[in-house]
Design a protein. Structure first.
Length: 148
């Protein structure tokens, strides 16, 4: 492993953390800026392509994946844990990262991100994020209950 590889991995970790820190503080533009211009965000039940579509979704103006209305959380904390990063080229990488989310109800939901990264203008950005859900609390404030 080279020094450049180590620096790339650290920059990717910075993007991973920045996405969650900005999201938890409702800083939509900072979240959006973690993606490439043509970036994709896929969550259970929906897929958003491009920064503007991601911005619409993150700011609540886009289509919702929610079923019934439920209370909004007063706080959200995403905790990212185990992260495997694979450099696939000089300007590309993949990562799989586990996450757990806490809200007013305590443990709200958890899963993992499957990411493709691309280096643009000297920054490692998310080209595609697939957020996968492993578990959700029956009282989740963020994830809709599965359809019956």
């Amino acid at each position: 492993m080279t020094v450049e590889d180590l620096l790339a991995r650290e920059e990717i970790r910075r993007t991973l953390a920045g996405y969650n820190l900005a999201g938890d503080r409702l800083r939509v533009d900072e979240v959006v800026n973690c993606f490439t211009a043509d970036g994709v965000l896929e969550i259970p039940g929906a897929r958003f392509s491009g920064r503007e579509r991601i911005r619409e979704f993150m700011s609540g103006r886009g289509p919702s994946t929610e079923g019934a209305a439920r209370p909004r959380p007063t706080f959200v904390r995403h905790h990212i844990t185990t992260c495997g990063i694979e450099l696939t080229g000089p300007d590309t990488a993949t990562a799989r990262t586990y996450y757990a989310v806490y809200t007013d109800v305590g443990p709200d939901h958890c899963g993992y991100y499957v990411d493709a990264f691309r280096k643009e203008d000297g920054r490692w950005l998310i080209a595609e994020r697939k957020a996968r859900l492993d578990w959700r609390s029956p009282s989740s404030l963020m994830v809709a209950a599965p359809s019956a």
